[in-house]
Ligand binder design. Structure first.
Ligand SMILES: [Zn+2]
Length: 309
């Protein structure tokens, strides 16, 4: 499981940073890629990765500001141009209005898609668990921005323990149906009377990963709730230390506030994105250094950077 950043800048693109978009690559888990926000130009960034648009099965939008959605119609249209590949349906989750934005853009531009889009819109009253599959559950909560904006908590379900086939063989269990029984937790007795206890050969279940991806926000209690015990928290850092007042006025956070959220939530790792173009590279190291005084495991991400979870 990896996160690849397709745009890490705030508000407008700069030479170094495109506007907001990231890909949660779940290829090993479910052979799918989920996108979070689609700022303009994100499809050009995708061209520089190994991500195949057809693998993108779900898109989650945090809010309707242009720097988070203007890349969506373009991406959806390009995704259709894979004529020799199977056309697979797509789910879009986001605030009320996202459906009208997408359908209007497609209609007035005369774009026809050879696949279906299923829209899942929500408002203040319909948040909470927005998706559950056999492997993942996704929750959304309202953050504190200048328009309705949400954060997402993606929870992988616990992974079953695995069977230690080598040790079973060594214990004299013939390969075949007995393996299946033991895998299902059943104790078995071998022909020579040896008792095999399934629990001795199955590793303990592993806890699933928790990934928290927030939209634009002031420091908010909802952010902390979404990030409780997260393996990774992706938090905006539009401003730096000392800019708390201006951050508040514009509906954003500083690096210090993001670090406080990570610390309060007991997250394991903090990735800062939505970085203002005002910051030069020496400022970026300062952003990290300052945040690290509050939460040590912090990193300011770059476009195209890939982070393993
Ligand atoms: Zn915004």
């Amino acid at each position: 499981m990896d996160i690849q950043f397709l745009g890490t800048g705030a508000g407008q693109p700069s030479k170094a940073r495109n506007v907001s978009s990231l890909a949660l690559k779940l290829l090993d888990e479910i052979n799918e890629v989920w996108l979070f926000d689609c700022g303009e130009g994100m499809q050009n960034r995708i061209l520089e990765t190994t991500i195949r648009p057809r693998k993108v099965s779900k898109i989650f939008i945090t809010h309707l500001h242009g720097d988070h959605i203007f890349g969506l119609p373009g991406f959806l249209s390009s995704r259709a141009f894979q004529a020799n590949e199977e056309q697979t349906d797509l789910d879009i989750y986001g605030p009320q209005g996202i459906k009208s934005f997408v359908l209007t853009s497609l209609r007035v531009s005369g774009s026809r898609l050879p696949y279906r889009i299923h829209f899942h819109e929500f408002d203040q009253d319909s948040l909470g668990k927005i998706l559950e599959t056999d492997k993942f559950t996704v929750y959304a909560e309202e953050l504190d921005h200048t328009i309705f904006c949400v954060g997402y908590r993606v929870m992988q379900k616990d992974l079953e323990g695995t069977l230690d086939a080598e040790r079973l063989k060594a214990a004299g269990v013939p390969f075949g149906p007995l393996f299946g029984k033991i895998k299902n937790g059943q104790d078995v007795v071998l022909e020579d009377g040896t008792e095999i206890k399934a629990a001795d050969y199955i590793s303990a279940p592993r806890p699933g990963k928790i990934i928290t991806i927030l939209g634009d926000t002031r420091k908010a209690n909802a952010s902390v709730r979404l990030a409780v015990n997260a393996d990774v928290l992706v938090h905006e850092s539009t401003y730096g230390k000392g800019d708390e007042k201006i951050a508040r006025n514009h509906g954003h956070s500083t690096n210090m506030q993001a670090a406080q959220v990570a610390a309060e939530a007991g997250a394991k790792r903090l990735l800062l994105n939505h970085i203002s173009a005002r910051f030069l590279s020496k400022d970026i190291s300062q952003l990290k250094k300052d945040a690290a005084t509050v939460f040590e495991n912090v990193h300011v991400v770059k476009d195209l950077e890939e982070v393993e979870i």
